[in-house]
Each structure stands twice: as structure tokens, then as C-alpha cells.
Ligand binder design. Structure first.
Ligand code: GLV
Length: 328
């Protein structure tokens, strides 16, 4: 019996490729080229499965052009690169990699928030430029993290893990807004208070965005929302580009309408809005919140497990449109 063919669309750990090769004819891309849509379609011809990352968009055109495709396994928890209704309509199972990255991503979100509050990037650049010649009483005075109010927009697994760090480690008061309220027993140990978005914006000393991207989350933080924040507040985005209006944020930072921002994700990344590159009060990182070797390997392993199970009659551990499995 011939083995299914799969495409691994970006470079990945060789051990993971070897694991996939035990089950499939694997076309890999260790050169790590980013495929254009026509090239992706061409490479997917005859493939039953694809191992993807956020850089591959699987939409109705791709699905229509690749009728043999049965599963797309994203090596990411976010899956806004997939058109899920189109996948479901085409009978293509989509999977992602939740849970394995929660704590690592929360560590990074907290670190980025702290670096932002305590002006670490700005002061480091000053030191590297050779401008540190003397002590002064208010040099790079930032804002306290401990004891302040942490605002979390998007209280899923990662949001809750950040809330735990803030409440239990730093004595922060936790306010959050989410599509749905947590259970009382989830809120209680964190002292977390569910508030409307306007209250979250106006009360947070440090606002962290951890919500998934969707059309309704587009520019959830724009000029109007930034205007509701305290002038001393910080904003940290580890969610997705497009949730923040980056042009409006650059203006708010330049005019000090908020104190500072920490950004790991950007609209149109890897391009970064040029105005964000010139304002001093922002910490910029290249979408690395889940990037520890152990976690990236766990994500790759989970994506591989999903692909293997889906194409060999097993049960994929983390499906997105799992209704397809029930139908089968
Ligand atoms: C990274 O952004 C992810 O969604 O895993």
C-alpha cells in the first residue's frame, strides 16, 4: 500500500522530519523558503497532509486547488492563517498546538511587560550609545509592576497563566475582559475581576493582550481605546498583529498618551510599522513568545502527532474542527 504524501512547509527539527518519514513520503523545506500561494498550491499537489506554520495561508482557493488534502497541522496555537469554515466545508481537518506552549508564552508575556514597565530596551540602547556618563535621580524611572493593576484582554489558557504570575508572584490586582467569564473557582485563587472593556482600559496599569485574532478582534486597540488608557499605563501585545492599530499606537507612544508598549507581534509582520522603529518607548521582539527550544520542539512534536494520527486512523490530539472526526 502506498504511503500518504505530506508537505512540511517550513524548516523544522530533523528529528521531527524523521518521525514523519516513518509514516509518510515527506517533502520538506529545510531551506525554509516562504512559499507564495501558487507555489504552496503546486507543492501541495498529491499531498494528503500539510505541516504548516503561521506563514502558510490555507484558504478556499488553496483547498479548491488541492482536492487530495485531508489534514493541515499548524505548528502554532493561533490559526488565523487557516480559513476554518472553508477547511470544514472541504472536509479538511485542521489542528493546532495548544497547551504545550502556555507557560513558556506566559513567561515571555510577563517578561515583555516587565521590560516595558522598567524601560529595559530604551535604557540599554542609551548605555550602548555611550550616553551613560552619570547617575541622575529620575534616570529611566519606570512604573512598578508589583502591586499594580494587571489588565488582561483575552483570558484563555495563556491569559490565565499570566494572571497567575501577576497575582501570585507580584501581588498584582487582576482585571480581565474576555468573551466569556471564568468560573468562580478559576477567578478566586487569582482574585481576578471580570470587567467590561472600558473599565479594563481605564483601570489597567499594565494591559496585556492575549486574545486570538479574528475579524471582530481587528484593531480592538486603536486610537479610541488608547485614549481611554492611563497616560502612565503600558500595553503589551503577544497575541497577533492586527489586534492593535500599530499606526495609532506609534502616535500614542510618541505623544506619551500611554507610557510605553511591548510588542512581539505586528500588523503585516515581519514588516514593522516604520514609526514604531523610531519611538523610544517601545520594546520590540520578533514574534518569539513561544520560542524556547523545549517548547518549540513540543509544538513540532504535537503537530506531527496530529498529522500522523489523522492520516493513519488514529485520534488527533488537538483538532480545531473536530466535528469532522465525529462525522467520519
Ligand atoms: C504563535 O504565535 C502561536 O500562535 O503559536
Amino acid at each position: 500500500m502506498s504511503r500518504p504524501a505530506v508537505l512540511v512547509a517550513r524548516a523544522v527539527f530533523p528529528e521531527v522530519l524523521a518521525q514523519l518519514a516513518q509514516h509518510f513520503d515527506v517533502e520538506s523545506n529545510q531551506a525554509d523558503t516562504i512559499f507564495s500561494k501558487p507555489e504552496l498550491i503546486q507543492r501541495l499537489q498529491g499531498k494528503a497532509g500539510a505541516f504548516t506554520t503561521g506563514s502558510e495561508r490555507i484558504d478556499a482557493d488553496v483547498l479548491a486547488a488541492c482536492p487530495q488534502l485531508r489534514v493541515v497541522a499548524n505548528m502554532a496555537v493561533g490559526y488565523n492563517n487557516f480559513d476554518i469554515p472553508a477547511c470544514t466545508a472541504a472536509g479538511v481537518l485542521a489542528t493546532n498546538t495548544p497547551d504545550v506552549l502556555t507557560e513558556t508564552t506566559a513567561d515571555f508575556g510577563f517578561a515583555l511587560m516587565m521590560a516595558t514597565a522598567r524601560r529595559m530596551a530604551e535604557s540599554e540602547h542609551f548605555l550602548r550609545r555611550g550616553e551613560w556618563t552619570r547617575w541622575s535621580y529620575d534616570m529611566f524611572a519606570g512604573s512598578d509592576v508589583h502591586g499594580s493593576t494587571l489588565g488582561i484582554l483575552g483570558m484563555g489558557r495563556i491569559g490565565q497563566a499570566i494572571a497567575r504570575r501577576g497575582a501570585l508572584g507580584f501581588g498584582m490586582k487582576v482585571f480581565y475582559h474576555n468573551r466569556s467569564r471564568l468560573q468562580t473557582e478559576q477567578e478566586a485563587p487569582l482574585g481576578a475581576r471580570y470587567v467590561d472593556k472600558a473599565t479594563l482600559l481605564s483601570e489597567a496599569d499594565h494591559l496585556v493582550l492575549v486574545l486570538p485574532y479574528s475579524a471582530s478582534a481587528h484593531h480592538a486597540i486603536g486610537a479610541a481605546e488608547l485614549a481611554q488608557m492611563k497616560p502612565t499605563a503600558t500595553l503589551t501585545n503577544i497575541a497577533r498583529g492586527g489586534i492593535v492599530d500599530d499606526a495609532a499606537l506609534a502616535v500614542a507612544l510618541r505623544e506619551r498618551r500611554i507610557a510605553a508598549a511591548g510588542l512581539d507581534v505586528f500588523e503585516g509582520e515581519p514588516a514593522v510599522h516604520p514609526d514604531l522603529l523610531t519611538v523610544p518607548n517601545v520594546v520590540l521582539t520578533p514574534h518569539i513568545a513561544s520560542s524556547t527550544l523545549a517548547t518549540r520542539r513540543a509544538m513540532a512534536d504535537l503537530a506531527a502527532q496530529n498529522l500522523i494520527a489523522a492520516l493513519t486512523g488514529g485520534v488527533p490530539p488537538t483538532p480545531i474542527n473536530g466535528e469532522l472526526l465525529k462525522r467520519a
